[in-house]
Design a protein around this ligand. Structure first.
Ligand SMILES: [Zn+2]
Length: 269
């Protein structure tokens, strides 16, 4: 049994009840260009323009109901020739894991260069109780492409700028699409007050993440960001507050949930 996949499928949904830290967008078409699929606590994002569709992240391993989810957003996954992963955690890279059903069978997979060490087992993902070292168990089919910080891709008429935002994981990337849509992965947790550094419990290097957010804010300061597509905080258009609390880590507890609007049990929706 692969430990993090077991945690992701069986433990996390139970221990998360009542904590209300995840508020993903429901599966749907959000604008002319942007649509998403919700898998419990996480979103997979799609950006469409002039017949080309790019996917960002791939969700959990063997998540049920995907055929219906694709039908709901009028998307044939065969159309998707590129998927950019923000990082290779089980809830973002599981959908293209070689041991499961590949939800994007025709797609080139792109990952941050520094993420490869998790796939090879050269680096553990987390240390718990001070001494238990846990490895990521995601395995991708050979042929994935490694991304460098600052790389710019042109796919059809879509421009994608890759920004290395290490901290949540060592090779975590954000993607700036057409200079106006940010795919933020798990560097930020956002609620009604604004954006915070992502929860420490799930973040491998919290201080590094905060430094990366400072750099990201600087890089985006000249851009007019219209929307942010997050890993676990849904779709946000209130982008003026995106970095409002980037010095602080987001927190949650049963008495003080992170997001009052988040579902009590994210498996029910
Ligand atoms: Zn995540």
């Amino acid at each position: 049994m692969k430990l993090l996949y077991f945690f992701d499928e069986h433990i996390k949904p139970r221990i998360s009840r009542g904590l209300r830290y995840c508020n993903p967008a429901n599966t749907g078409i959000l604008s002319e260009a942007i649509s998403c699929i919700r898998q419990n606590d996480v979103n997979i994002w799609f950006y469409r323009k002039n017949g080309a569709v790019i996917a960002f992240d791939s969700g959990h391993l063997n998540f049920p109901g995907m055929d219906q989810a694709f039908a709901d957003i009028h998307l044939d996954p065969i159309e998707i020739k590129h998927v950019f992963l923000t990082h290779v955690d089980v809830d973002h890279a599981g959908g293209v894991d070689v041991t499961g059903r590949n939800i994007f069978p025709q797609a080139q997979v792109h990952i941050g260069k520094e993420e490869e060490q998790y796939l090879k087992g050269d680096m553990h993902r987390a240390t718990k109780l001070g001494f238990i070292k846990i490895k990521n168990c995601v395995r991708l089919e050979y042929g994935y492409r490694l991304i460098e910080d600052g790389e710019v891709f042109k796919i059809g008429a879509i421009k994608i700028e890759a920004i290395h935002v290490p901290g949540h994981t060592f090779g975590h990337f954000c993607y700036l699409v057409d200079d106006k849509v940010l795919i933020s992965g798990d560097c930020l947790a956002i609620n009604q007050r604004g954006g915070y550094a992502f929860f420490d419990f799930f973040t491998q290097f919290p201080e590094m993440n905060k430094k990366s957010l400072e750099r990201l804010e600087g890089l985006l300061s000249e851009k007019n960001i219209e929307a942010v597509c997050t890993g676990h905080s849904g779709y946000r258009t209130d982008t003026d507050k995106l970095f409002a609390f980037r010095h602080e880590s987001a927190t949650f507890s049963r008495s003080k949930p992170f997001d009052e609007d988040a579902p009590w049990d994210f498996t029910k929706y």
